[in-house]
Design a protein around this ligand. Structure first.
Ligand SMILES: [Zn+2]
Length: 319
């Protein structure tokens, strides 16, 4: 009898330890599942100022990021003001990627936006970009800033052309800065971001070569634009950009005459404007030279396609 009791006691102990093991196993597995779900569900919220940056962040961040754009399609970064909903969106973000070249929206709002979310990591996309002053676009000598260390005050920003993203070379630098930001706040996925950056960079390099060939045989590399968006693009390919606008304002009669004379001299028939601006003077000028206005957006999200389309339109307008 005593022996039987001893055996059953033994069996009971074995059973208990088996149950305990199973229980612990289930416990650990479900814990891991929760952690996994956390990782997949908690994508990194990134806020950017303009649409082309959203493309850069998505190219580098892949399916790890959710991007919010502050300046919506059709609005101008020179005048836009954020909505209360957008400010709420900012308070949930882990990272803000600013253009960093002194666009009015950022000069006006970035401090307030950063103040709403102290945890948010701010990446300066312009870090390492060579700034150009607008003087250079009018045939005068351009002043280049090797990096933005010398640019500190708003007055300094007023002297440089802010449209840095419209150069493929700058797009590479901006994407690399975005990569550094993502790698810093999400180091576990650093390799993933690196691979994405490398393949986007390769795409940009390929397009850069393609565009270079488009302009190779052109005799007169001159374009007339309403608003001088394309300063950095023009600089990359040795193009002279003549803006109709004068310091953001409608042109004087004297300046209009100068632009018309240049158009006649280089047999230019196409005037470039962007859908974000009403460009009456571009229409007037086009009529004057018997040409037409072509709209090209500097703020399209589909960056690669838009840059190719723009380059083709410029090349077609040149002799
Ligand atoms: Zn602009």
């Amino acid at each position: 009898m005593r022996r039987i009791l001893q055996i059953s006691r033994h069996i009971l102990l074995i059973l208990i330890s088996i149950f305990l093991t199973i229980f612990l196993l289930i416990f650990f597995i479900s814990c891991n599942k929760v952690a996994d779900k956390d990782l997949n569900g908690n994508k990194i919220r990134v806020v950017v100022s303009i649409l082309p940056q959203a493309e850069f962040v998505e190219k580098v961040g892949g399916d790890r990021v959710i991007v919010t754009v502050m300046i919506p399609p059709g609005a101008s970064p020179h005048t836009y003001e954020p909505t209360p909903e957008q400010l709420k969106e900012v308070s949930r973000a882990r990272m803000y990627a600013k253009v960093g070249s002194g666009i009015e929206f950022e000069l006006e709002w970035l401090d307030k936006i950063a103040g709403l979310n102290k945890e948010m990591y701010v990446v300066n996309c312009a870090d390492g970009v060579r700034f150009i002053t607008p003087e250079g676009s009018d045939g005068g000598s351009a002043i280049y800033y090797e990096n933005n260390k010398s640019i500190e005050s708003e007055g300094d920003y007023a002297r440089i052309d802010p449209h840095i993203w419209l150069s493929l070379k700058n797009a590479k630098i901006m994407s690399e800065n975005i990569y550094k930001g993502l790698a810093k706040i999400d180091p576990v996925n650093r390799e993933y971001y690196r691979e994405n950056l490398d393949s986007f960079t390769a795409e940009l390099d390929e397009l850069d070569k393609e565009i270079m060939q488009m302009f190779e045989s052109k005799k007169n590399k001159v374009i007339i634009v309403f608003h001088p968006n394309w300063t950095y693009f023009a600089s990359d390919y040795g193009i002279r950009q003549i803006p109709i606008e004068e310091e953001g304002k409608e042109p004087t009669a004297r300046h209009m005459k100068y632009v018309i004379d240049e158009a006649l001299k280089y047999n230019i028939k196409k005037i470039f404007a962007s859908p974000e601006f009403s460009a009456k003077s571009a229409e007037v000028l086009a009529r004057e030279i018997g040409g037409s206005v072509i709209l090209l957006s500097p703020l399209e999200k589909n960056y690669i396609e838009n840059m190719r389309k723009t380059a083709m339109a410029f090349a077609e307008a040149m002799e």
